[in-house]
Design a protein around this ligand. Structure first.
Ligand code: MG
Length: 501
């Protein structure tokens, strides 16, 4: 603990936070759905001794449109300069709905797939053209997708979103012969190479560094949240793939001088690992290299490995809670290999919840239509069995019935059949309305992909990964500010459908 963290807070510095800080630090507050922390596995913060944070899209929440547009344009310009690609590609327009997290790219076929949690394809596009159900069936039959890195690419981080949309545009160009002599697979390799180059040569970073407020959301609750963890006795660490120059800009913008006693972002963290090279960080053996000058206890390092980090922190395994946004590098690997507890940051969560709240009326209407559909099914089934009974009565008792009785039986059967036909017309009308409203709701989330968390009637692969590998998830780190630093996030008991119906 630094002196700043253990000493009582003073009000004499910047005065940025006029609220009652001590009160804020004490206990849970009422939290609305948008800012809530959601629990997939019970987690006692009182057992956690070390809390780690990824930086990009975790501590630093980027502004979606500007950062994605920047990456998209930088990559498109690089691609336009390559042989085989038309120079006009440099002017392509970005569509922020073109791709979402959790999708899978089928590099061989030029398709982008949305899978459900069982890895069945729920929805697919060839380039930007939605595949018909018949095409889907032909190309993917009933098989689940077995992820193969030679054939597939997974959109595990928000950084991958713009490049996948660019790839979809390229597939369109290949199909319309604007781009010639390129396979879908080669086009994907080229897009990846160009975005990597744009990240490496500063095309993206220099713009962010020159103007961080244009690309990164300021969050005045973030420094308070980190401080709150520190006064509760937690050791904090930073574990980022970004280099220290970039961290200086981004975390400097978010943290430097925001709270009394914390002049620099480094003051919040006991250990900071830059250029970590995740996921290699979890398996390599080389120790980290200190960045600080000699004469002081090093706190900022380059590279290294997870064992080395645990040793420096003096905390390991399930005493560590790690916040990250990358499904594979931050959440799956840390949980599986090191038994760290995990907190997934899902920057799009707030928007999803707001849409679901604003569309409550539409969802109520849909619910009523589902009820009407089910009532119709019940009525139709009952009438069909009545008709079957009447027909059986006629066949088995034909000789015993008078012509008048037989005529009455036929009239009754005809009347029931007419009622069935009317109900079936009504049912078809209701199904049509459900379809229209369902599509409307789907498009409200994203015109191409719907909600990130659902795939047909199932949860999406992305939602399934959160449920399987994250202990808690929320929209941003500072949402934790409203909770006690020793909160017991207790998971609700899972019930089977027969227990609730
Ligand atoms: Mg990240």
């Amino acid at each position: 603990m630094t002196a700043a963290a253990s000493a009582p807070l003073s009000d004499d510095d910047s005065g940025l936070f006029p609220e009652d800080l001590e009160g804020l630090l004490r206990s849970d507050q009422r939290v609305d759905r948008v800012h809530k922390v959601y629990i997939t596995r019970s987690l006692k913060l009182s057992s956690i001794r070390g809390i780690g944070f990824d930086m990009d899209h975790t501590l630093a929440i980027y502004k979606k449109q500007p950062i994605e547009e920047l990456a998209f344009s930088a990559t498109a310009r690089k691609l336009a300069a390559r042989p085989g690609y038309p120079p006009s590609m440099a002017n392509l327009k970005y569509d922020r709905e073109g791709c979402v997290r959790g999708l899978i790219v089928d590099k061989e076929l030029g398709n982008i797939l949305k899978l459900d949690k069982y890895n069945y394809v729920a929805l697919a596009y060839h380039g930007t053209r939605r595949l018909l159900a018949s095409e889907l069936k032909k190309q993917y039959a009933e098989d689940i997708i077995k992820f193969d890195p030679n054939k597939h690419y997974s959109v595990d981080t928000l950084f991958s979103v713009p490049e996948v949309f660019l790839y979809a545009k390229l597939v369109d160009f290949i199909d319309s012969h604007v781009v010639r002599a390129k396979t879908y697979g080669q086009a994907f390799i080229d897009v990846r190479a160009c975005i990597d180059e744009a990240h490496r040569d500063g095309s993206i970073k220099e713009k962010v560094c020159a103007n961080p407020e244009r690309y990164v959301n300021e969050d005045l609750n973030l420094p308070l949240t980190l401080h709150k963890f520190r006064v509760a006795g937690k050791k904090l660490f930073l574990l980022t793939n970004s280099d220290v120059t970039y961290v200086d800009v981004v975390l400097g913008f978010l943290l430097n001088g925001k709270l009394p006693g914390y002049t620099n972002w480094r003051d919040y963290f006991d250990v900071s690992i830059t250029l970590a090279g995740k996921p290699g960080f979890y398996k390599r053996a080389e120790p980290s290299t200190p960045l600080n000058g000699s004469g002081e206890t090093p706190k900022v390092f380059v590279g290294g490995n997870a064992h080395d980090l645990e040793e420096r922190m003096g905390v390991s395994g399930d005493r560590i809670l790690y916040f990250g946004d990358h499904t594979y590098d931050d959440i799956l690997k840390t949980k599986r290999q090191f038994n760290w507890r995990t907190a997934m940051i899902v920057p799009g969560l707030a928007a999803e919840i707001k849409i679901s709240q604003s569309e409550r009326k539409l969802r109520t209407e849909l619910y009523k239509l589902f009820q009407e559909r089910d009532t119709n099914y019940v009525k139709i089934t009952r009438l069909y069995s009545l008709v079957a009974k009447l027909r059986a009565d006629k066949i088995h008792n034909y000789s015993r019935k008078s012509p008048t009785d037989l005529a009455r039986l036929d009239r009754h059967t005809r009347s029931l059949t007419a009622r069935i036909a009317a109900l079936e017309r009504n049912l078809s009308n209701v199904l049509g309305k459900i379809n229209v409203k369902d599509r409307g709701l789907f498009r409200r989330y994203n015109k191409f992909w719907g909600s990130e968390f659902s795939a047909g009637n199932e949860i999406s692969r992305f939602a399934g990964q959160i449920a399987d590998f994250a202990c808690i998830y929320t929209g941003k780190v500072s949402n934790l500010l409203a909770y006690s630093p020793n909160k017991y996030f207790q998971k609700k008991r899972i019930v089977m459908p027969h227990e609730t119906e």
